[in-house]
Design a protein around this ligand. Sequence first.
Ligand SMILES: [Zn+2]
Length: 240
Amino acid sequence: MCQSCIDQSRRKFLTLSAAGVAAGALALSALPAPARAKGVLPTSLDPDAALAKLKEGNANFMKSPELCANALDKRRSELVEGQAPWATILSCADARVPPELVFGGVNLGELFICRNAGNTADTDVLGTIEYGAAVLGSPLVVVLGHSNCGAMKAACDVARTGAILPGFIEPMIASIVPAAQAVMGKDGDFYANTTRENARMTAEKIGRQSEIVRNFVDEKKVKVVYAIYDLESGKVDFID
Ligand SMILES: [Zn+2]
């Protein structure tokens, strides 16, 4: 990002650690100030610009994936003391869905990423997303589901047959089961419908359970969206 691109008001906003929101009972001022190296400045992108950039990156990934390599060594040294990601991605842990590649070879320091099987929002994920928005200034949260997701299939099996899963997989999948139950018997593919509903419910949960995120959304400083990545075509379908 070039120096002239920096949005002064946004920078001031971040420096204050969202002091406006902290006027409530949230005590955001207790959060650490973002540590930034020289040249690592808060993003100037607003939520819609960040969303457009992700869409453009995914189009590049589909068209010319071989061009999506970056000068990682140079960027790595620039980011030792700080980061300023312009989007937060909650994606599945699936090895076929690496957000940095799916969005067009995004470089180090650009995306703030949470991953787990089924892209669900537990306490750790909610806290991570809040940190990304309040401390790092990320203006966009994307819940990214994908086709042929094993976690969705497991949740569908539990919803349909009452299957019992081993270990911590059981409670992990349990958080997806309500999405499967919500779409069971509806037209279309059960797995695909569950994938979409789970992403929708997760995005909704982030806004409902996180007062920090909700306040940023109300101020139009953060947007929360959900999308589905198609393993076959490479396309990310953002659902409005
Ligand atoms: Zn998955």
